[in-house]
Design a protein around this ligand. Sequence first.
Ligand code: ADP
Length: 923
Amino acid sequence: MPVSKTILSQLLDQISDLVWIISADDMEIVYINDAAAKVFEIAACGESNNELSKPDASWLKQLEENDRAILESNLAHIYSTGSFEQTLSFHCSAQRVLSLRTVFTLDEDCDGPQDCKLITAIAEDATDSLQTQRRLGESQAVYQSLVESLPISVFRKDAQGSFRFGNQRFCDALGITLEQLIGKTDHDLFPESLAKKYVSDDLEVLATGKTFQGIEEHMTPDGKQSYNEVLKAPVMDADGKPIGVQGIFWDVTDRQNAQKALREAKEMAESASQAKSDFLANVSHEIRTPMNGVIGMSNLLLEMVSDRQQREYVQMIAQSGESLLTLINDILDFSKIESGKIELERIPMSVREALGDAVNLLKFRAQAKHVDLICKVESGFPDRVIGDPTRLKQIIINLVSNAIKFTEEGEIRVDVKLEKLTSDSVQLNISVTDTGVGIPPDKLDVIFREFEQADTSVTREHGGTGLGLAISAELVELFGGKLEVKSVVGEGSCFSFQADFELAEDTRRFADADGRAIDITQKRVLIVSSNELQTKRLEKWLTDLNMRNSQSTGVELAIKKIKGYAVAGVPFDLVVAESDLNDGSAEELAKRVSKIDEVASTKFLILSQASHGEARTPEALLDAALKTDCQWQTIPAPLDANKIRLGMLTVLSDARVATTNRRPSKPPTHITNVEEDCRELKILLAEDNLINQKLAIALLEKEGHHVTVAADGQQAVDFFKKSKGQFDVVLMDVQMPVMDGFAATKTIREIEQLSDKSTPIIALTAHAGTQDRDRCLAAGMDEYLCKPIRAKDLRGMIENLTGQSSRTSAPAVTQETSGSAVDWQRAFETVGGDQSLLKNLIGVFLKEQSSMRGEIEKAIATDDNTHLRLSAHSLKGASSHLGAHEISRIARELELIGEQKRAESKITSPLMEDLKDAIDEVS
Ligand code: ADP
């Protein structure tokens, strides 16, 4: 049964393709389905709704002109072709252009003349797919042009390593066409070793799925080294499976060569800088060695020469030597900073002591300019910390000396304030403020740079190298802070910085039961001394510390006061007593007080005075301390404010332990009286330099020690072996012929393995670095002395290591005011800078000196050598405190005469004459 026209027409209306039928002669539509009618906007109204009652040729006008012409030509040939396909661009009313992929078919079955035949058109709307195709084409073109125009080579390979693509650059580099490339592998194109590497890189990319990046080295055909930077990435399929590798690479030969040149230049610069540092270190070492002779010998000479003018000259030599040494140290520091080699030591230290030392050193300079120098350290933080006291002093000395240099009147203040205190660290803010010339705002930054000074004019008043602040700023950074400055021209400057310190373990010494730092202010102290001068000094020191004090001159009076104050409800927290009192001893006082119930817990600080009373061994002192029930602490002479403060802190924090003595076999230092603990030491000196030998021998023999000299390390070892452990100390120069100090120390330590004795070895070296010190300690030495060796340091170190002190009680010579009968610096140091107290002391001294002189005269007149020795000793002690060197020197000579039992008037008379002159000069 034939399908009705209506059914067919309805079916055609259901499909999305456009269907229309045109008459072959005029291309007018005679039939159209719904989809086409909608696009062509033709209303069909035939019987079946799709046959047009009036044929319509309007659709032709909506065709792209070019398409229409082609269509007409195609249709003209349809009688021979039967059908054809053409994509028509059709303009709809909605301003859209549709791409209709259309198949035209001639209806062959239709009877009638040729021009009455019908043609069926079936079109698919290909607008979207064509657009997508076009875009794809465009993007491919962009990609292609990018790949071809980039100054890099691009390639792609499949998973088997066959090339699938290479851009022109890549092909050119290989000298082949793209067609020749496709299908080739690395093995076909490159030398074996390169091909292997490329393949292994590809396999890694395929296996890991990760991008590979690296530099590949080639040899160009003309034998030059060339470098490529390569990036390889996996090519993934739709499922994310790697199906190949694509890569890019570009020439980095110039960059690599530049980097290589830079590296070489840097290495050269570094080695030049190293050479400079080594040179500076060596030069400074070379200069230090003769400086040792200059400074040391002039210091020795100072003690021998009595002629004023000669002394002045010698002092000038010594001072110039010291200045030169400072300069060498600055240059060495600076070179270390430049090469980043500067390091801080980490040793237990006292902040207050370090500051005190630094400020005391400069007090006299400030005094000479009539500028007040004040140092205020806030209380409330533990004093014992871990740090580098030398470097801290160096910063303070530099800032304070600058302040003195640039201040003509007013004051200089060193303030230390607590910034932060934790259980294991303390942060301090340290500032140095002056009322000097100030620094212009535009110079505030530059002064921290090396060799920069605010005043660069040739007429500038003040000398200097411009290195001090640069070094200090670096050092401050090592302390964890930043050196800053505020200044107003004409008003003054303030340099400040913060410094971090770890608390020393023995800080516990100065903590109460809850671990809080001991606050000694407002504590009540009884001073017991029969010496008016001493009482005055103690009073002043205690008042400075904000402590309340009362005085007593002897044992009986002290007991009365201690009891009376306790009964009145204001007991003494501490008794500071001189060991020898006019009616007994401090020990006796302590023992008696410990037996009185109400005051039995009174704490004592006992001040030893070596010049009076009998000498006792450290063991005897330890024994006495342990037998006494009360808590006490002895302080060895000579006294100073800091020693007293530390002693008080120790006693008040109720700790008896703490010792700085490194030798466990020796009794703790706090019950060691330096003056009483003296004996001649046997010292082995290993030193090859003749001048240094002489200097060291002179220094040590002056201290009463016996010195054996070894001219090299081997001799030192031989002497040590022969001595069978008889030496108390070895002074070991590090650089010596035959065997150096390190090797000699090692051998000595090996010899010692056979016995249980370990002899202290002190390294003597001209190298001043931390590393040098560490090297000496690592080699088995106990301590390290940097040349030039100063008597004070050597003495201190020997005392520390042996627990023994020197026999001599002559004060160490310090710098004097040239031409002055009194060393004002020393005198000011003694009284902590208090002018009125000094005046007072001089008054007392002048009053007492005539009776002391009378005693000496009496002793000479009666040939009483013992009396001469004792009375001269008293005069020597009193005058040296005041820095009256000349008097002290003459008194020392008289004391020696007494000691040697030569008290004859022909020897003593000239000295007595000199003494009279010297005293007249002071008065
Ligand atoms: P030096 O003092 O050896 O020249 P420094 O680095 O210590 O080198 O100081 C650099 C410069 O900073 C000084 O020359 C001076 O111009 C300036 N300066 C430093 N401290 C002060 C100060 N307290 N008052 C005024 N100017 C100062």
